[in-house]
Design a protein around this ligand. Structure first.
Ligand SMILES: CC(C)(COP(=O)(O)OP(=O)(O)OC[C@H]1O[C@@H](n2cnc3c(N)ncnc32)[C@H](O)[C@@H]1OP(=O)(O)O)[C@@H](O)C(=O)NCCC(=O)NCCS
Length: 157
């Protein structure tokens, strides 16, 4: 009964979730929608990952990345196709925001091809150049570097 039943719960990822997270991001990476996260990369960064679990299955993920004492990013937000549009993406982002707030983060940004989703969650579009740290850390490895089509969005927590 794929996808039926109660709402997903969102929790910190466990090392044993790394394979499931890698599989979810790989699916969307093949479509060119997001960067893939290998299981090894997830394991290295496990404290920054959250998962949405539904009836014992990992159905979604997201991660946080810290840049300064007041600035962080929410990244790798993904929900399995069969579980989309039932509030799971929102729960993931809200959990990440809650944790960032506890850490004292004042401003959170995303780079996304899905501005409508983040718009619903209170994010506003901003020029990418506003976030130089991000460009240096990740974008240098991205095949799209010189033709980046992602939209930067920001929210004050
Ligand atoms: C983007 C994604 C995470 C959204 O997850 P989801 O569980 O379907 O989202 P939710 O059901 O929590 O939706 C939250 C709100 O956003 C809206 N929304 C979700 N996807 C949307 C879309 N593609 N276009 C417009 N609005 C969208 C929902 O209607 C909902 O609005 P509401 O609160 O007014 O009803 C999911 O579609 C996904 O995994 N996409 C592929 C990966 C991706 O694009 N990641 C994002 C950036 S890296």
């Amino acid at each position: 009964m794929s996808g039926e039943g109660a709402e997903a719960i969102v929790r910190y990822a466990l090392l044993s979730d790394a394979g499931a997270i890698a599989a979810i991001t790989a699916e969307y990476a093949r479509e060119g929608i997001m960067l893939e996260r290998s299981a090894e990369n997830v394991i290295e960064n496990i404290r920054n990952f959250f998962v949405a679990e539904h009836q014992g299955e990992v159905v979604g993920c997201c991660a946080v990345a810290f840049y300064t004492s007041g600035l962080a990013e929410i990244r790798s937000v993904a929900v399995l196709p069969n579980y989309k549009r039932r509030g799971t993406g929102r729960l993931l982002v809200e959990k990440a925001e809650e944790i960032l707030k506890e850490e004292g983060v004042k401003e959170v940004f995303v780079l996304t091809l899905n501005p409508h989703f983040f718009g619903k969650l209170g994010y506003s579009e901003i020029k990418k150049e506003y976030f130089p740290q991000k460009i240096w850390r990740d974008c240098t490895h991205c095949p799209k570097l010189m033709a980046c089509d992602e939209i930067a969005m920001v929210k004050n927590l």
